[in-house]
Design a protein around this ligand. Structure first.
Ligand code: SF4
Length: 526
């Protein structure tokens, strides 16, 4: 139902504003919505895709999934109201559109589930205050741990250790636990088995599970192509699930075709192969087309039926009930000021290749190239290639955070901010990670085949073929030595730094400065 003419419709008691990433029937059930008395509103807001430059596939994914969900609600008998992007009176601003909807419908109350970002929460609260609306703010039923429960867990702890949170969640939920409350298999995690390289003996990778765009999605793709023509990324390869039905099919495909090898190869990287054995479920999960509980149940059942090994299933489960929930807990615990941290005082600009994908550095060209093409990169590419380079080259956290939020189809602020600000950049001074995950080109050489076709040499820190990542790594240790000395887990790295003689260190510094200028990082003030 469109907004125009709604004023003549039947009276509305509660209006549920479903945000763009809340696309599951559980929201309506959880709110106790009444089909006859209540109404569901969805709004396509340009501001959501323009606050930071949003990859065209990311924008298209949101819009296509929202439109499909609105149709599902309608066919399920719900009264709905939808504000499309191309409504001439849609100014793209949450406050303005909420006011329009409110005046048209005149409900008794507004119901909103906790948004996935501070900006939206503040906008909802400000708009309801201004309009004098009675707001019911509910917790998001998709997640396993509410922010308040996370804050209780965090209370009084010297540091927030994900592994402790994860074990507690396993116990609480009874996932991969024995009857006498021990982890199945005797160990809480199998990371040591999950670091295989993709060599010739590795199993063949299954093709990507594609969800071919239907007519409605093709309309959205055309709309995005026209309206967001200048936005980064390309649309051609769009094949993400945009309905719950297709998301469930993607889950099936993962469990059968990828999960058995997911664990062993989860940290591997390979030229020209963006998908490997990864689940590719995060976009559907973060739009809430899938529920984490059903994903965990499917994976656990695959283990119990002997269809997937424990190292793979445990690794997948840890991502879902451990890391994902932990990161969200940190986001709400830390609050909006978390984004302002810059513990390592990084002030450089984001290198230009992050937008073009053009670079002599194979690891960077590959990792960014596939992001531009598909809006996707797996966690090790995010952490150890694009993230590591930003860390060791000294790029300003705000620019890195914005890039991660805009460029990935699964990106929401609650997930990208703590991952980037905390895990990747150590800009939070150690809230999320116990040390900066800085690495030289040697790590990339070990986990990928990128270096084999690169003009640089990962083990070289000086000379014509010195690997830029390696140069930046040693320069980072040197530049930020004072801060890093306070981090116990950096002791060994700093000891290794001491082994460089003065001439070599001077050459590293010189080359790092040169590279910073070449890549457009050039610090504004250091
Ligand atoms: Fe990347 Fe260095 Fe390896 Fe080239 S040599 S791919 S720049 S890590």
């Amino acid at each position: 139902m469109q907004l125009d003419g709604h004023a003549d419709g039947p009276a509305v008691d509660r209006l549920l504003l479903l945000l763009p990433d809340q696309l599951h029937a559980s929201y309506l059930e959880s709110a106790g919505l009444d089909r006859d008395a209540d109404l569901v509103a969805q709004m396509e807001l340009a501001g959501d895709f323009e606050r930071v430059p949003s990859h065209q596939q990311r924008t298209a994914l949101f819009l296509a999934a929202m439109r499909h969900f609105a149709l599902e609600l309608e066919s399920d008998g719900w009264r709905g109201l939808y504000v499309p992007l191309d409504d001439p009176e849609n100014d793209g601003d949450l406050g303005g559109q909420l006011e329009r909807v409110w005046r048209a419908v005149r409900p008794a109350r507004l119901v909103v589930f906790r948004p996935g970002d501070f900006v939206t929460l503040e906008a909802v609260e400000a708009a309801t205050r201004e309009l004098g609306i009675d707001l019911e703010l509910l917790e998001d039923p998709h997640f396993l741990v509410e922010p308040e429960a996370f804050a209780e867990w965090a209370e009084g702890r010297k540091s927030l250790v994900m592994e402790h949170f994860y074990r507690r969640s396993r116990r609480r939920l009874g996932v991969l636990m024995t009857d006498d409350d021990k982890p199945v298999g005797g160990s809480w995690n199998y990371d040591q088995e999950n670091r295989e390289r993709l060599d010739e003996e590795a199993p063949e990778r299954p093709p990507r599970f594609r969800c071919e765009p239907d007519e409605l999605t093709r309309e959205v793709l055309a709309l995005v192509e026209e309206r967001f023509a200048d936005a980064p990324g390309r649309l051609e390869s769009f094949a993400w699930p945009v309905t719950r039905e297709r998301a469930l099919a993607a889950l099936d495909d993962f469990v059968v075709n990828r999960l058995p090898w997911f664990g062993a190869y989860q940290d591997a990287m390979k030229t020209g192969e963006p998908w490997l054995f990864h689940s590719l479920l995060s976009p559907a999960l973060n739009l809430k087309l899938l529920d984490p509980r059903e994903c965990v149940e499917r994976a656990e059942a695959a283990y119990e039926d002997g269809e997937a090994p424990l190292n793979a299933v445990e690794g997948f489960v840890r991502q879902l009930i451990g890391w994902r929930e932990f990161i969200r807990g940190v986001y709400w615990l830390e609050g909006p000021s978390y984004a302002e941290g810059n513990h390592l005082e990084a002030t450089g600009d984001l290198p230009e290749p992050y937008w073009s994908g053009e670079s002599d550095m194979t690891c960077l060209a590959e990792s960014v190239g596939q992001v531009l093409e598909h809006g996707y990169g797996h966690h090790i590419q995010r952490l150890m290639v694009t993230g590591n380079l930003a860390l060791v080259a000294g790029v300003e956290p705000r620019q890195v955070n914005d890039w991660y939020l805009g460029m990935y189809v699964d990106a929401m602020d609650w997930v990208t901010l703590p991952n980037t600000q905390g895990m990747t950049l150590y800009a939070d001074g150690g809230v999320v990670g116990s040390k900066p995950y800085a690495a030289s080109g040697r790590y990339i050489e070990r986990m990928s085949d990128y270096c084999a076709s690169c003009p640089f040499e990962p083990g070289e820190r000086t000379g014509e073929r010195a690997c830029p990542i390696t140069v930046f790594y040693w320069d980072f240790l040197d530049r930020r030595r004072e801060r890093l000395e306070a981090v116990p887990r950096m002791g060994l790295a700093l000891k290794n730094l001491d082994r460089l003689d003065d001439a070599e260190l001077e050459e590293v510094r010189r080359r790092a400065g040169e590279l910073r200028r070449e890549l457009g990082i050039e610090p504004r003030a250091e």
